[in-house]
Design a protein. Structure first.
Length: 224
């Protein structure tokens, strides 16, 4: 994710932190005692979480062993690999805050629904789950020709799903079950509101790195 641009790399992590701090303030919850960075990679957001919440227990999860070893040895976070199949996913429970950056952007609708529900189950009552996703800006970005997310046939498939149901997805060429998704803000809000004891704390377009939309959900507390 570094790609040779240090300023952009740090700005990306900083913008995620701003979203999370805003969500904590809006929801009125205490500072998190336990945080999970899901899809952490080599730590572009993890390092900001570590700095902003020094008293929190921070967990990182991703599929690449070398990234998890790097985070464990360089930042002292509790890291482990996860199965890329969301149906087999196991997560550390008891989380007060979970950040999920650039994960559902690569998943089909069913897998996104499954992942979000598993992540909410890993939250403590009152815990926050923040998820980034490709929204309408992604469509504008590719259609104007400045950026290409995926091959043309895949992009047409995505647009078809987005237009008909609010969620479009296509596999990358040569891959199965991993590609690009685009979903509308109403799709994500309606999905969140369909879940028991879940409220939407924040939804902001292009909130992460001027690119991804972010939704923050709060798991209901013990009183419902």
């Amino acid at each position: 994710m570094y790609q040779g641009n240090l300023d952009h790399y740090f700005a990306c992590g900083e913008s995620a932190l701003r979203v999370l701090q805003s969500a904590i303030s809006l929801s009125g919850v205490p500072l998190p005692g336990s945080i999970l960075d899901f899809g952490a990679g080599a730590g572009r957001v993890t390092r900001w979480l570590k700095g902003a919440f020094p008293d929190s227990r921070i967990h990182a999860r991703d599929v690449r062993p070398q990234d998890m070893e790097f985070l464990r040895s360089s930042m002292g976070v509790e890291s482990a690999t996860v199965d890329p199949d969301v149906d087999l996913l196991e997560l550390p429970g008891g989380q007060d805050l979970i950040w999920v950056g650039s994960v559902v952007t690569h998943l089909a609708e069913r897998r996104t629904r499954t992942l979000v529900q598993k992540l909410l189950a890993a939250c403590n009552p009152g815990g926050l789950l923040a998820v980034s996703f490709h929204g309408r800006y992604a469509i504008e970005r590719q259609d104007r020709g400045g950026f290409r997310y995926i091959h043309d046939a895949g992009w047409h498939e995505i647009l078809s799903g987005y237009s008909s149901g609010g969620y479009g997805y296509a596999d990358y060429e040569g891959q199965v079950g991993y590609g690009i998704s685009v979903c509308s803000a109403p799709w994500f809000v309606q999905f969140a509101q369909s879940l028991d004891a879940v409220t939407v704390v924040l939804l902001s377009e292009r909130a992460w790195d001027g690119h991804h939309d972010v939704i923050v959900m709060r798991r209901g507390d013990d009183r419902g």
